[in-house]
Design a protein around this ligand. Structure first.
Ligand SMILES: [Zn+2]
Length: 277
């Protein structure tokens, strides 16, 4: 598996699908036999982040997955004992803390007063005038984004912000993709935008390119690289040398940009991940 990349087969098995993903942070290890309780942290900085523990009937091993935003999920086979789960977590606590920190937003979770979207060179000031029971829950007035939600209800406001972000991506994204398509001659048969926590984008064997609305938080050259990465999969549905040669023809710095994209999750504001179910 090339660094930073993961191969997936989609649910209908129609073929190869590339996922420009953070899932390489998944750690799969055999279940440990040492029954230990979770250790108390030595200092506040050693505290474990919040962990979601999920029993999965088909899981054969314990695994830990750290998602963009720093969310940690421990997947547990049906018959594992609580003590073995504790031991597994204790054994990997340094890795969990380090990886979660690496993928956690730099800014703490809060309703923003400003939103910067470097990908389209725009900056919005937020206005929260309060709820008016309107059906339209947000409105743009020039460089001001007005949110008609209750100021006390931060989770609801963040949900509206996510709706707005997705609408922005759907409005601004196609032109960005069209520019790269014109440059490369690689045109997706279908383009879709979604808000996702596990990947920047993907390309299916049917020629559908899916892009994460979080791409709006990327600087221009990183966004360009992401779009190039996905469009080049229309020619090569793999990460072979021929694939990378094609990417490098349009972007000689592609390997460095690929690593930079892994770290760019940290620039996505916490409200994008904060209250997603
Ligand atoms: Zn890829």
């Amino acid at each position: 598996m090339p660094e930073g990349l993961m191969r997936l087969f989609d649910s209908r098995n129609i073929g190869f699908r590339c996922a420009r993903s953070v899932m390489r942070w998944t750690k799969r290890l055999v279940q440990t036999q040492l029954p230990l309780a979770l250790e108390a942290p030595q200092a506040a900085t050693d505290a474990l982040p919040y962990l979601q523990v999920r029993r999965h009937p088909r899981a054969r091993r314990l695994s830990i997955r750290v998602h963009a935003g720093g969310r940690v999920v421990v997947v547990v086979p049906r018959r594992s004992s609580a003590r073995s789960v504790e031991a597994f977590i204790n054994e990997h606590r340094d890795w969990i803390i380090r990886t979660s920190r690496k993928l956690s937003p730099i800014e703490p979770l809060a309703l923003p007063s400003h939103i910067e979207l470097p990908a389209i060179g725009r900056s919005f000031a937020l206005d929260y005038p309060g709820s008016h029971e309107r059906r339209v829950r947000w409105a743009e007035r020039g460089d001001t984004l007005v949110l008609h939600t209750s100021a006390e209800d931060a989770p609801a406001s963040m949900a509206v912000l996510r709706d707005w972000l997705l609408a922005q991506a759907r409005r601004q994204g196609p032109a960005q993709v069209a520019a790269i398509a014109a440059e490369t001659g690689l045109e997706p048969s279908r383009l879709q935008f979604r808000l996702q926590r596990t990947r920047w984008g993907s390309c299916s064997s049917r020629g559908t390119v899916s892009l994460n609305a979080c791409m709006l938080f990327l600087e221009g050259r990183l966004l360009r690289y992401l779009l190039l990465h996905e469009l080049c999969h229309l020619r090569h549905m793999n990460h072979s040398k021929r694939y990378w040669d094609l990417v490098a023809r349009f972007e000689p710095d592609c390997r460095a940009l690929d690593r930079e994209l892994d770290d760019a999750w940290r620039r996505v504001p916490a409200w994008v991940f904060g209250h997603l179910a």
